[in-house]
Design a protein around this ligand. Structure first.
Ligand code: BG6
Length: 503
């Protein structure tokens, strides 16, 4: 086993201001991540957490609630001393973007707290709120002068997803934020970039001499990106019915995977170079006409079924979902990237809810070896060569290739060479947000989305959104919860003489 080298440095002192401090995300991810950073000695020496609350919530009430959340969602046993030290840093301050004058009070209280805690004026504003609050909060923070960088102190803003609901709204939000902050101050979160296996795609491709020379249309037949989920929509009906699988997953999570797999090698491992290459490849995705988008996509909606012991109700009977909803809970797309590396190599993407298994992977399918040489033997077919980047549940890399089965006759079988993280590295279980939060504090934007990348992503999915909206119920497939998704997704590849990789 190899342990990760402790190369990290402590971030500079700062105030960590959370909007949405009483919400689910703060309890489930933000505080448990801060706890893990505290346990690893990676929080600043002088640090304070400000929880923005509605009127009347005391420090103690907020701390109690966060402690309960921590106990419930921590990824490792909670040590009282560390938790208490962290929660002792928490202060509740009232502010509400619906009452702009409350931000004047926030400014005074925050500045007083910063001077007591001696945090030096560095501030991170974390917007863990519903998306319609992002712009109003930023506007108010700007109005009272809290975003202005001065005297060497930095001001940063973390924006959770979803970042817009289409190209126009993403552009409008970028415009609003960029009036108040420079791009470097904005950290647009996509939690997929917090996953080790996703970050490793860059290292796999560019720190090894063996992959890059064959990573192109001369050797790769096509790429499959799968994000299958077992969970249904559960209690998120109201959000999900307005959103659907495509908006919820594709321009963000699946496109992060796609851009890391398909980007050109950046000149340097820094935020500017990496994000420029990612944005470039996303903008090279061919923009399809609505008619082509319909031909090159499948959308499905789950009907009731069983997944393990759980009974999943029909999507349309889910709480806060319209009974005649045409929102997709499954999406499969065929995309083309129009550049020299990828022209002619289809990228097939699929994602869905309430499927039989949770599975996230990128499968690179290499061109088939010619069969002619074996035609005179008893071999009837060759297995396919895949390089599989496993993200869930298996975290690792698998190479599938053909091998001679021992024995006098020529018999060939497909085998796998497998690397699994757990066999080599002894990482502490984490939420996946630690690196992201740490990077915001040290000012490294490499794992965050830049405005042009977000907009390029929305631009590529827009024809599908429009085509599906205009088609209404026509073309919406149904699949049973617990199944592998609609048959039409199988047919999408079949008509190209291909198939999804079998798990
Ligand atoms: C979120 C989506 O962004 O990602 C959810 O809103 C989805 O609907 C989740 O379930 C998937 O994340 P992961 O890390 O479990 O693949």
């Amino acid at each position: 086993m190899t342990s990760a080298a402790p190369t990290e440095i402590k971030p500079a002192s700062c105030a960590f201001v959370i909007f949405g401090a009483t919400g689910d995300l703060t309890h489930r991810l933000v505080i448990p991540s801060l706890y893990n950073l505290a346990a690893a000695g990676l929080l600043p020496d002088r640090f304070c957490v400000v929880g923005i609350v509605r009127r009347g919530m005391s420090n103690d009430a907020l701390r109690d609630s966060l402690m309960q959340g921590l106990k419930r969602f921590a990824t490792r046993p909670v040590e009282d001393a560390i938790a208490e030290r962290l929660l002792e840093c928490v202060t509740a301050i009232e502010a509400d973007p619906k009452q702009p004058e409350s931000f004047d009070g926030l400014k005074d209280k925050l500045e007083r707290l910063e001077s007591t805690r001696n945090t030096g004026g560095n501030r991170l504003f974390y917007l863990a709120t519903p998306p319609d609050a992002f712009a109003p909060i930023a506007r108010e923070l700007g109005r009272v002068g809290l975003l202005q960088e001065q005297d060497g102190a930095w001001r940063r803003m973390v924006v959770e997803k979803p970042f817009g609901t289409d190209l126009a709204s993403a552009k409008a939000l970028n415009e609003e934020l960029l009036k108040l902050l420079t791009e470097h101050q904005i950290y647009r979160i996509d939690h997929y970039l917090g996953k080790e296996t996703v970050q490793n795609i860059l290292v796999l491709r560019f720190a090894n001499g063996i992959f890059e020379p064959i990573w192109n249309r001369n050797h790769i037949d096509h790429v499959q990106i799968t994000v299958d989920e077992k969970l249904g929509v559960g209690h998120r009906g109201s959000f999900y019915d307005k959103t659907g699988a495509l908006r919820d997953m594709v321009p963000n999570h699946l496109f992060q995977l796609l851009s890391l797999v398909a980007m050109e090698p950046p000149i340097r491992f820094d935020a500017h170079s990496v994000r420029s290459e990612k944005a470039d490849v996303l903008s090279a995705i061919q923009i399809q006409s609505e008619a082509d988008a319909l031909k090159n996509s499948v959308r499905g909606q789950y009907t009731g079924g069983r997944i393990g012991d759980a009974e999943i109700v029909d999507y349309r009977s889910t709480e806060e979902v319209s009974p005649d909803s045409t929102t997709e809970t499954y999406a499969a797309l065929k995309l083309a990237i129009d550049n020299w590396r990828w022209a002619g190599v289809p990228f097939y993407l699929r994602t869905g809810k309430a499927l039989g298994a949770k599975r996230t992977e990128v499968a690179i399918k290499f061109k088939q070896a010619p069969f002619a040489m074996f035609a005179c033997t008893a071999v009837t077919r060759l297995s396919q060569n895949y390089l599989v980047i496993g993200i869930e549940p298996t975290q690792g890399i698998t190479l599938q290739f053909n091998t001679k089965v021992p024995g006098p006759a020529i018999t060939i079988d497909g085998v796998e060479m497998k690397f699994q993280y757990k066999d080599y590295f002894n990482a502490e279980p984490s939420t996946g947000y630690e690196t992201l939060i740490y990077d915001c504090m040290i000012g490294d934007n490499i794992l965050f989305q830049r405005a042009d990348g977000v907009e390029a992503g929305w631009k590529a999915v827009e024809p599908f959104l429009d085509a599906w909206k205009n088609a209404g119920a026509t073309g919406l497939e149904h699949y049973q919860a617990g199944s592998e998704g609609p048959q039409a997704a199988v047919d999408l590849l079949k008509r190209d003489g291909r198939s999804w990789r079998k798990f």
